[in-house]
Design a protein around this ligand. Structure first.
Ligand SMILES: [Zn+2]
Ligand SMILES: [Zn+2]
Length: 352
């Protein structure tokens, strides 16, 4: 029997450990994927810690809903190794990215195609064993997406940071057509958002970041103008540059200050979509919602249909690749440590 090698979470706030178990046998519609690359994400750091910081010493506990040892990793690409008898279309040897945001298939959200916000999720690397391993078991071949000719590490990252940015831009709807959108926070998701905004929207976007290096990178990547939210005159400058405010903004930071900046830049009827999880508490006068006809919406990754749409766009050359550094699976813990310490530029991808 083939063995499955994993870098497992055996306790919260403790280093990952190598565990070896027999490879699972796919049954029914299940597919066993031999993992080739799995990206390491900032959320993996929070999962290992066992909590997300919400700001002001508040924490969101995320230790529930999984038994240890557990395998993190949700940015997975590999090849189909074995398939259950009912896994139609699962061709052995096919190179695929894995859509990890898998739902229960029963609830109203799943019925609407929104498995990413399912109430009883089976999200790979979050509530079901993920890709810091030689193999991953996927419940159905419909979650497998061809990615050739893209790089496997990039294809995996598209299922998380890419999908998040793509879904955020989509939720801006028609407002994103009216003029340049505002992108706040040019980290991994934000830079992906910038590349997608350039590919999909009629106007080059505005970008805002408190880091001068990230503002320069945003300009180089095609932002029409950049702003420093820490500069007290930035809001005024942005209102002037947009001819009275923007109709659509993405907050890829998700802090009190980033959301304050994004909502402060809105024209009447404007909308902010938040994907960031940095934390903090946002307050505004309730009357500002009707007075400014303002919408604030959150999104968590994206749907399977959006993942397929994004992959098609990327395969056609519509998404600029991101910088990737590869490390062996055995260095998963070092990778997490480096991300936690902010020592990483671009995406760290484990070679399994
Ligand atoms: Zn991720
Ligand atoms: Zn569900």
């Amino acid at each position: 029997m083939t063995q499955m090698l994993r870098q497992s979470l055996v306790a919260y706030a403790a280093p990952l450990c190598e565990t070896v178990v027999p490879c699972p046998t796919p049954r029914g519609t299940e597919v066993l994927v031999r993992v080739a690359r799995c990206g390491v994400c900032h959320s993996d750091v929070h999962m290992q810690d066992g909590y997300f910081k919400l700001g002001e010493d508040k924490r969101l506990d995320v230790t529930g809903g999984r038994t240890l040892p557990f395998t993190l990793g949700h940015e997975i690409a590999g090849t189909i190794e074995r398939a259950g008898a009912e896994a139609e279309g699962a061709v052995i040897g096919r190179a695929v990215a894995v859509y990890p945001w898998i739902g229960c298939g029963q609830c109203a959200a799943c019925a609407a195609g929104e498995e990413n916000i399912c109430a009883a999720p089976r999200h790979l690397g979050i509530t079901a064993d993920g890709g810091f391993a030689s193999h991953v078991l996927v419940p159905h071949p419909r979650y497998l997406i061809d990615y050739a000719p893209l790089d496997a590490g990039f294809a995996g990252a598209l299922m998380c940071s890419g999908l998040t940015a793509f879904a955020a831009l989509k939720r801006l709807g028609e407002r994103a057509q009216r003029g340049p959108v505002l992108l706040v926070g040019l980290g991994g998701v934000g830079m992906m958002g910038l590349a997608l905004a350039r590919a999909l929207l009629p106007h080059a976007p505005f970008a805002a970041d408190i880091d001068a290096g990230k503002r320069a990178a945003a300009l180089a990547a095609g932002a029409t103008a950049v702003f420093d939210p820490a500069d007290p005159s930035a809001r005024k400058a942005l209102i002037a540059a947009s001819g009275g405010g923007v109709y659509a903004a993405c907050d890829f930071v998700g802090s009190d200050r980033s959301l304050q900046f994004a909502t402060g830049a809105l024209a009447k009827g404007g909308k902010v979509v938040i994907t960031g999880l940095i934390g903090g508490t946002f307050t505004t006068a309730a009357a500002m919602f009707p007075l400014k006809a303002m919408t604030i919406e959150g999104t968590m990754t994206g749907t399977l249909a959006e993942a397929r749409e994004l992959m098609a766009l990327a395969r056609a050359g519509g998404v600029a690749p991101i910088p990737i550094s590869e490390r062996p699976l055995a260095q998963a813990q070092t990778a997490l440590d480096d991300i936690r310490a902010g020592r990483v530029m671009g995406r760290v991808v484990l070679v399994t």
